[in-house]
Design a protein around this ligand. Structure first.
Ligand code: G3H
Length: 227
């Protein structure tokens, strides 16, 4: 089956300040997560228990997607897979060394976080203070609420639609490093949750969620990488 690994970027400088949006880098704790994630990719994601050609624990290529924002790209920065080269070299049927696959991050703007428009870079308290009506409107209908000059969760559903097709286009395991808002929608889609509840789903930080969609259900496992 397809296997997807979802995680938020490591803690960002804006997370520490309680600000939403922006394009900040990682905090030292976020950087610690990025390093732990690289180890996880090497020991969990790029390992096939059944093995290529039946060999146990062979190294498998995997896909790696991020958003275009600095905090997700920085979270991917330590992931690389030199071992894959060894697994593939010379494996070609005609004995030619095969082009090898590296786990190279691919940034997608579809995976960028919900854009808060005029509220980008504010804390929730600041939004409440400067735009009380907007704040109240969002509380009434979080799914449909669109920030002035920004986005709603419904807008995000539209830009994520083509991503779901892309996710299912190949068989290799896929690690997506993105943001809480976007991941809520991808998670809700696979778990079959009603979209009204999706904006409230908690996607914990520094945790990798492994999803294995099966015919009638979706298997889920969680890995807390920083304890
Ligand atoms: O981490 C928070 C995300 O930006 C989504 O936040 O609950 O205000 O939609 P939200």
């Amino acid at each position: 089956p397809h296997v997807f690994y979802l995680c938020r970027h490591g803690q960002s400088e804006y997370n520490v300040l309680g600000k939403i949006g922006g394009d900040s880098g990682l905090s030292p704790e976020g950087d610690r997560f990025a390093r732990a994630l690289a180890r996880f990719a090497e020991t969990e994601i790029c390992v096939d228990g059944n093995g290529l050609f039946g060999a146990p624990n062979s190294v498998v290529p995997a896909r790696l997607w991020t958003s275009t924002l600095k905090r997700t790209r920085d979270t991917a920065q330590y992931i690389q897979h030199p071992k894959i080269e060894i697994a593939y070299k010379g494996d070609d049927i005609d004995g030619r060394p095969q082009t090898w696959v590296q786990m190279r991050p691919r940034p997608w703007s579809n995976l960028d976080e919900l854009f808060a428009g005029i509220c980008d870079g504010m804390t929730y308290d600041e939004i409440k203070e400067h735009y009380p009506d907007e704040f109240a409107r969002r509380q009434r209908n979080k799914l449909a609420y669109r920030y002035p000059r920004g986005e709603s969760y419904l807008d995000m559903i539209h830009r994520l639609d083509p991503m779901i097709l892309e996710m299912e286009r190949h068989r290799e395991p896929l690690l997506i490093i993105a943001h809480q808002g976007v991941l809520r929608l991808i998670y809700a889609y696979y778990l079959g949750l009603p979209r009204e509840s999706a904006p409230y789903v908690s996607i914990p930080i520094h945790t990798v969620i492994k999803l294995t969609p099966l015919v009638y259900e979706c298997r889920e496992e969680r890995f807390e990488l920083l304890k």
